[in-house]
Design a protein around this ligand. Structure first.
Ligand code: PLP
Ligand code: COI
Length: 355
């Protein structure tokens, strides 16, 4: 258990006004959690301090070689006033998998969750309650050794910041348009695609800009070797409903093991809907679209929640799904997951964690 020192701000910021619709990731709360790591000492000085700029040496290794990990989860205010987190232990475990891949130190799961809870409690006035909003939690770790050689750092900072957010896509729950990318690739098995680390997102920007220029919200990546099999979207995992069966690409080492993805699979199975985690080729998808068996398509993610996809483009081929409307199953999954997150529906054991 961490012994967290607390230093409250003496100049609290103004909370976002109720009639100002929240966007994603632009407003930050009054406090942040910080702790330092030194080889030989472990994690030291856990503290909650006023939110503000960091002072780092320009030679800090994170700036040069990108040794960093980040996570994303949300806090919700239930109608009865409880502050709820959704499966935060899964984020803590995934953070440690990323840390391991990037040669960064482990954080005990209970310490990660405790730090999140204590920070959220201090800034609880910032949890928005309008439909579709939440307090986004962004834990991250950076390498801080002042050194220009390539090796793992021996010092790190683990930081958590908070941001009241609305929908990630401007479309909200309206279907988004997705570009299937066949030129750039994001990750390959054995690389860092299954870690949540900045480099994957830096690698995605060129394709994302290309897709934006064509009027698409996000890129759907294909596998980096054969460029045939579907992987995931820039900020979410992807699901298809084909002939009554839910299909999502299996965890193959190059895609992020999404917590929402795992929750969707578990929910579908609990409802008796077959859910397959397997390889799915873009050809299979085009064929299903052509023969009318592609019934629904949606993305899943913490920021994106459940985001229906109404239009996919691959080269000169366009797949239109559900005439641009949200599918029945996508809606049911959205309602159930957000219902559990907001404490309106009881989810499986351990999914809802009270702060
Ligand atoms: N895939 C990528 C690349 C992501 O950035 C995210 C978002 O975190 C996801 C998938 C979905 O993961 P989760 O459901 O854990 O938020
Ligand atoms: C999240 O959904 O938490 C993410 O990290 C996606 C992010 C790229 C906004």
């Amino acid at each position: 258990m961490l012994n967290i020192r607390i230093e409250k701000t003496t100049t609290p910021k103004e909370l976002p006004g109720k009639d100002n619709p929240l966007t994603f990731g632009t407003i930050f709360t009054d406090h942040m959690f910080v702790m330092d790591y030194e080889e030989g000492k472990g994690w030291i000085d856990p503290r909650i301090v006023p939110y503000g700029p960091l002072s780092l040496d320009p030679s800090a290794m994170v700036f040069h070689y990108g040794q960093e990990m980040f996570e994303g989860l949300k806090a919700y205010k239930a109608e009865d006033g409880r502050i709820l987190l959704f499966r935060p232990d899964m984020n803590a475990k995934r953070a440690n998998n990323s840390n391991k891949r990037l040669c960064m130190p482990q954080i005990p799961v209970e310490d990660f969750v405790q730090a999140v809870k204590e920070l959220v409690k201090i800034d609880q006035a910032w949890i928005p309650t309008a439909p579709g909003t939440a307090l986004y939690i962004r834990p991250f770790m950076i390498a801080t050794d002042p050194f220009l050689g390539v090796r793992p750092s021996s010092t790190y900072k683990f930081i958590i910041i908070l941001s009241p957010v609305g929908a990630y896509y401007k479309e909200g729950l309206n279907p988004v348009k997705i570009w299937i990318e066949d030129d750039y690739v994001r990750a390959v098995k054995g690389g860092i695609g299954e870690a949540k680390t900045g480099g994957n997102y830096a690698a995605s920007l060129a394709a994302q800009m290309k897709a934006h220029d064509e009027g698409y919200s996000q890129v759907l990546w294909l596998d980096g070797v054969e460029r045939k099999y579907i992987e995931e979207v820039g900020a979410m995992n992807i699901f298809f409903k084909i002939n009554g069966t839910v299909v999502t690409p299996m965890l193959n080492g190059s895609i992020l093991p999404g917590i929402t993805r795992n929750s969707v699979c578990e929910l579908c199975r609990s409802w008796g809907i077959p859910c397959e985690e397997r390889r799915i080729s873009v050809d299979e998808l085009l064929e299903a679209a052509e023969n009318g068996t592609l019934e629904e398509c949606f993305g899943s993610g913490t920021a994106a929640v459940i985001s229906p996809v109404g239009h996919l483009r691959f080269g000169d081929k366009v797949i239109q799904i559900k005439d641009g409307n949200i599918g029945e199953l996508s809606q049911k999954i959205y309602d159930t997951i957000t219902g559990i997150q907001l404490g309106k529906i009881e989810g499986p054991e351990g999914w809802t964690v009270v702060c």
